[in-house]
Design a protein around this ligand. Structure first.
Ligand SMILES: C[S@@+](CC[C@H](N)C(=O)[O-])C[C@H]1O[C@@H](n2cnc3c(N)ncnc32)[C@H](O)[C@@H]1O
Ligand SMILES: Nc1nc2[nH]cc(C(=O)O)c2c(=O)[nH]1
Ligand code: SF4
Ligand SMILES: [Mg+2]
Length: 274
């Protein structure tokens, strides 16, 4: 369900956060979420790659990665407000046991908890794709945590083409300030089955990953095995992935981490709802 004709521009906030922005679709229901798209596909990333899954993509994010492959949930959020029952009915119309809640950043929305509880009641396996800056108490079967490295920060040299320049400048500072929250990361790995899925462009990203893992292992009350760490090549298109994936695969082998493909990009490139 594409809702790309409703645009909510909000340079200051988190996009589709707490308020009802101009240009959004529909009334905002009490138990609702701003939904950018909801579709059936194969899980393309991580340990469950290849598993048929329904994807629920919420709008709004507290970060602004320059490479964000979901531009219309972060830099320029668009969405329809759907009530919990509408979301559940749409999910149940597909024949799948797995649901992936993603965004944007799904955990900025308190209402994501009620959705996860309803999915748990109905026996679904839930994966939450999160940037790891927020933890909430919810029935999550797999926390798919993707902490953002310095190389994700939207500097003037690498802001998205379509982004407003002043907007990008403001976000560079906020993104850099907020992208790592050790306390939230520790809580997520303690509370849930998890994978740590780093977006990697080249070898320059590895020292930061190693430092972050050392820090996290120091504070978290749960083991973090190298096997829980996945390197994922940066690339929203087949063309870009062709530039990054071999180097990232070699880095995974060098360090004993897992490599994850981006199966959906291989299969459908950057088409929406895939
Ligand atoms: C759009 S994000 C939404 C969830 C959450 N905000 C996050 O970043 O984890 C979904 C996944 O796509 C990854 N991602 C986004 N843009 C990417 C790109 N250009 N190349 C590779 N992975 C990307 C994120 O790191 C995350 O694992
Ligand atoms: N097929 C497919 N798999 C995915 N795994 C994580 C995704 C995401 O955007 O969070 C994603 C996505 O957008 N599509
Ligand atoms: S944290 Fe996730 S949704 Fe937000 S800008 Fe980065 S990749 Fe996009
Ligand atoms: Mg995606």
């Amino acid at each position: 369900m594409p809702v790309s004709d409703s645009v909510d521009r909000d340079g200051e906030g988190e996009g589709a956060g707490a308020r009802d922005g101009a240009g959004t679709h529909g009334e905002r229901p009490d138990d609702g979420l701003p939904i950018n798209e909801l579709f059936y596909s194969l899980q393309g990333e991580g340990t469950l790659a290849g598993v048929p899954s329904v994807f629920v993509r919420t709008s709004g994010c507290n970060l602004r990665c320059w490479f964000c492959d979901s531009y219309h949930t972060s830099w320029e959020p668009t969405h329809a407000w759907l009530g919990l029952e509408e979301i559940l009915a749409e999910i149940e119309s597909h024949d799948a046991d797995h649901v992936v809640l993603t965004g944007g950043e799904p955990l900025i929305h308190e209402e994501s908890v009620a959705l996860l509880e309803a999915l748990d009641d109905r026996g679904y396996h839930t994966t939450v794709e999160t940037n790891g800056t927020i933890n909430r108490d919810a029935p999550i079967d797999l926390a798919s945590i993707s902490p953002k490295l310095e190389s994700s920060t939207p500097t003037p040299e690498r802001a998205p083409d379509d982004a407003d320049e002043a907007d990008a400048e403001r976000w560079a500072e906020r993104h850099e300030r907020d992208r790592i929250d050790l306390e939230a990361l520790a809580a997520l790995v303690e509370d849930y089955e998890f994978q740590l899925k780093f977006v990697v462009t080249d070898g320059d990203d590895l020292p930061e990953i190693l430092d972050l893992l050392a820090e996290l292992r120091g504070v978290a009350d749960a083991p973090i095995r190298d096997d829980d760490v996945l390197l994922m090549p940066e690339g929203a298109t087949r063309e870009r992935l062709a530039e990054t994936r071999t180097r990232v695969a070699e880095l995974a082998m060098e360090h004993g981490f897992r490599y994850t493909p981006r199966l959906h990009v291989d299969l459908w490139n950057d088409a929406p709802e895939t």
